[in-house]
Design a protein around this ligand. Structure first.
Ligand code: EPZ
Length: 416
């Protein structure tokens, strides 16, 4: 079991390039099942979850191969297997996205329930009830979702209770080959949803309203494979910015998309950091000390829940008390007890955490989920002495060689 070792209090400086977005690569991988032939994605994320997604596609009879960070997926005209097995789904929940594409193109699917994960139960009721509205018969038994539908699926008027990213993506991929005009109201606006829409349109889909809260899809009879450059990972971008910030350093981030991080940049500026933005770069300069800032996580374009833990680590070093409210997932404070092992002073009341500044001291801590592992690494960078972060398999699910990028910026960090 790998661990990450950090000797804290090194001031980070220098420049680093961002990898492709994990949360865009995954839905794009599954969208290939909508069109036979060879699909190529450039700047694809090379994290563990993407490996798992590729294994899922291979289990359906697809081929996939890498050339640098370009990933080619070859989809056969027919697939024999329609089952997404639990052993592949239990670690990578986004596999539920193959439900929509299998029903859309083949009219049948057997997808393991993705299972909860540390941050919450992660239900898929909005995916299921709306696929039923589109004519799919869906049963859930023994941990599997059994889907069957006559083809083509029927267009539907859909109104999501909340702008769920996964539900929007599943229903998009169900709608592109459905008969008629599907409308998704209160749809998610995340850049990873917009990136998927860009690729679906390159394949010949007829979609309007990407990035807004109402998406309309005019179904077409078939789609063709295409090529696409995947957007940079906004969560990795902000994680590296916060690494520069928590060490009072000065970092330049390249090959990123500043426009995807407006709220986060605003909060860092409010806290006292000087941020210069270019087309595909962000430069952060730290003040001698920075102020506490409150955040509430929300759907895009609000403050991302995937950056809540990292921002909490940063606020342990701010001047004054800050309040962090987690409004998306019901159990996303598991990093709090681990931060307290590093001498952080945090109290939680329901979905609110109160952070009081305190000098962090190195210790052995345990990652509980993907973004918590990044939070603990950031805290280790600021802590006096040595920190060991255990269970880094969580980190590898969603970050591509994060410790090497941090070492490039001058951190004393290594994997052991
Ligand atoms: C995506 O998860 C991301 N994962 C998550 O990133 C991210 O935290 C989340 O969106 C919110 O931005 C991928 O893109 C692979 P949701 P998703 O459906 O689609 C509830 C990371 O760290 N809900 O937008 O599963 C749900 O429980 C991961 O990279 C229902 O109740 O998130 C949650 O409270 C973590 N019923 C809220 O909606 C449903 O049918 C938002 O979930 C679906 C969702």
């Amino acid at each position: 079991m790998d661990r990450i070792y950090i000797k804290g209090r090194k001031t980070l400086s220098g420049e680093v390039e961002i990898s492709g977005s994990k949360n865009s690569t995954l839905p794009l991988l599954f969208s290939t099942l909508l069109a036979e032939g060879s699909h190529t994605f450039h700047n694809a994320s090379q994290v563990k979850d993407v490996d798992t997604g590729i294994k899922l596609l291979q289990s359906f009879g697809c081929e996939a191969y890498w050339k640098g960070t370009s990933l080619t997926v070859i989809v056969p005209d027919k697939i024999e297997n329609f089952t997404a097995h639990y052993d592949l789904m239990r670690t990578m929940r986004a596999g539920v996205l193959c439900l929509g594409v299998l029903l859309s193109r083949y009219g049948k699917a057997q997808v393991s329930l993705p299972g909860g994960c540390a941050i919450g139960t992660r239900p898929i009721n909005w995916h299921v009830e709306n696929l039923k509205k589109m004519g799919a018969g869906i049963e859930i038994q023994k941990g599997y979702i059994y889907g069957k539908s006559a083809l083509p699926l029927k267009a539907a008027q859909i109104k999501l209770e909340k702008p769920s990213v996964g539900a929007t993506q599943n229903l998009l991929m169900a709608g592109v080959l459905a008969e008629g005009r599907t409308e998704i109201q209160n749809s998610a606006r995340e850049p990873e949803v917009v990136d998927l829409i860009h690729y679906l349109k390159k394949m010949g889909a007829d979609i309007e309203g990407g990035g807004t809260s109402t998406i309309t899809i005019q179904g077409v009879s078939s789609l063709k494979p295409s090529e696409h450059t995947i957007i940079p990972d906004r969560i990795e971008t902000a994680t590296l910015l916060m690494a520069g910030a928590i060490t009072l350093g000065e970092v330049g981030i390249f090959k990123c998309a500043p426009s995807h991080l407006t709220q986060v940049i605003e909060k860092l500026e409010q806290s006292g950091f000087d941020i210069q933005q270019g087309e595909d770069r962000i430069h952060l300069k730290s003040p001698r000390k920075f102020s506490a800032v409150n955040i509430s996580t929300s759907f895009y374009p609000g403050f991302p829940t995937d950056l809540q833990a990292q921002f909490m680590a940063l606020m342990t070093q701010a001047e004054g008390e800050s309040i962090i409210e987690e409004c998306i997932f019901e159990n996303r404070f598991m990093h709090v007890p681990e931060l307290m092992r590093l001498n952080a002073h945090i109290t939680t009341h329901g979905n609110k955490a109160h952070i009081h500044p305190s000098p962090l001291k190195g210790a052995v801590v345990m990652a509980t989920d993907l973004r918590a592992s990044a939070c603990l690494i950031l805290a280790g960078l600021a802590a006096e002495g040595e920190t060991y972060v255990r269970r880094v398999y969580h980190l590898d699910r969603g970050y591509d060689k994060l410790e090497s990028k941090l070492a490039l910026l001058g951190a004393d960090i290594k994997r052991i």
